[in-house]
Design a protein around this ligand. Sequence first.
Ligand code: AMP
Length: 189
Amino acid sequence: MLNVIIFGAPGSGKGTQSERIVAKYGINHISTGDVLRAEIKNGTELGKTAKGYIDQGQLIPDTLMIDILASVFDSFKDSKGVIFDGFPRTIAQAEALKEMLATRGQAVSVMLDLDVAEDELMARLIKRGLESGRADDNEETIKKRLFVYHSQTSPLIDWYKKEGVYQHITGLGTMDGIFADICKAIEKE
Ligand code: AMP
């Protein structure tokens, strides 16, 4: 299986590039943010819990996220692989993912780090908020999410470097150019 992590700060283009990776490689997509937004839309208990964290720009607790991830992963049958978009976001999640994959005879093939400068991230997220109306794409919450990214999520860069699967991708440029770099990185593995 081709198990790809698409990593990067909020606004780095993970969702957009994931769609292209799914189309090209025929793998399944898990976006934990999309899963949570669907739960909120459906008014479930999980959605209610998640909303409180998302609106504050905070992360949902690890144990909850890890359970959700495993159940989505196990719902894929005869999968050629999975792209993990928005997960892991903490070291505990990365450790849990490693263990979950290992118990299923799997491992992370590659971790793609979409690297975009901070001022560009801010501009993109504000624009997305105006266009899509996503509640957490407002200036105050964006700042909190970027802070959370730097404090809790970016340590995963070194973690995956040690795992030997890290690939840096420059996330500035045309969508096609970035996608071409992503394909090169995936095919190196
Ligand atoms: P995203 O769409 O990936 O930017 O996620 C939106 C929000 O959902 C985040 O700001 C978090 O509040 C929550 N979320 C998504 N994925 C995770 C995760 N792996 N761990 C914790 N919280 C998450």
